[in-house]
Design a protein around this ligand. Sequence first.
Ligand code: SF4
Length: 399
Amino acid sequence: MDTHAFKRSLHHSERYNRRGFGRAEEVAENLEQAYQSGLIGTIRDNGYKLTHGRLKVRLAEAFGFCWGVERAVAMAYETRRHYPSERLWITNEIIHNPSVNDHLREMDVLFIPVDEGVKDFSGVTSGDVVILPAFGATVQEMQLLNERGCHIVDTTCPWVSKVWNTVEKHKKHTFTSVIHGKVKHEETLATSSFAGTYLVVLDLEEAQIVVDYILGKGNREAFMQRFAKACSEGFDPDRDLERLGVANQTTMLKSETEEIGRMFERTMLNKYGPTDLNEHFLAYNTICDATQERQDAMFSLVDEPLDLMVVIGGFNSSNTTHLQEIAISRGIRSFHIDTPDRIDETTNSIEHKLLSEDLKRDQIFLPPGPVTVGITSGASTPDRAVEAVIEKLMRLSEN
Ligand code: SF4
């Protein structure tokens, strides 16, 4: 499929909207009530610090809702206003945050059911309105919804669209897209649907396997086994690793994406020499500003003396997980929770998740005596959730 031509024709369709409905003022109050917080505003004004008795709270200087998420959530609210009685679907969680998705359910927004990892669009009919989430949707989903006569409200973040444009450029110039991302993440699924030939690498270790193969140190069978579910159909490592362009899932760890880019650049330089490098390697910066700012703020925060760290955001939120990785890398006692409800005030315990491990409960969450707690939240976490965590900490510190 000519994905570029399809996208252009979709953008001209009367049943497609990616700019909202001019109802921002009408929904502003609802959004403020649901997501914003007075306490967080006060802490921000106080240099991101709060002291309450023996408790000190340090907030990261960039955290929570990013511009792309705010825009997507506002567009979803506007869509409900604009289509008050139509059936309204969303192809996925609009963002990875349970409270935001619960609010949407309360507004009668239906989520496309998923059966064993496969989305079931059978209930969607002509005239239904379908919202595409902030991290986008695959081109096949867009095509299906378009052919079915649905109204499409596309809240895909422009930063994500920028990555799609990058892989379109790779395709046009017959470069293979090496996508730094999580192969099952919706954004990476969408990005790879716009790519031509592609290979998804999760981390530096996987990138090194690809580099070794390019330099003739790999085994074809082992390579294909490792990347069987992470490459385009018919991918041939002997043919498709000669011309590479790097793109990324916007919420990956910035330093890792940069390192992967440098690894491939060095490899192509070694193999083909400086004169021909441009024939074999293409790089565009596709790391989103918001992700970068939140990671930078986290690096500053963990430089302060902290007794513990609470990271708030959906468990399937990639950017939140990366924030916790930063705390862990500094040896800080850190807790990733998806909602304030994970903190049990009566027992001073917390149910949390450590990267890919299962949920576990820790006792003596807030230790006795003076305590400094660092707090941050992922790009899809409303301030209200951060506020509720801080209020719980304040009450616990009074015991
Ligand atoms: S994290 Fe970045 S790419 Fe993702 S929605 Fe926010 S601004 Fe857009």
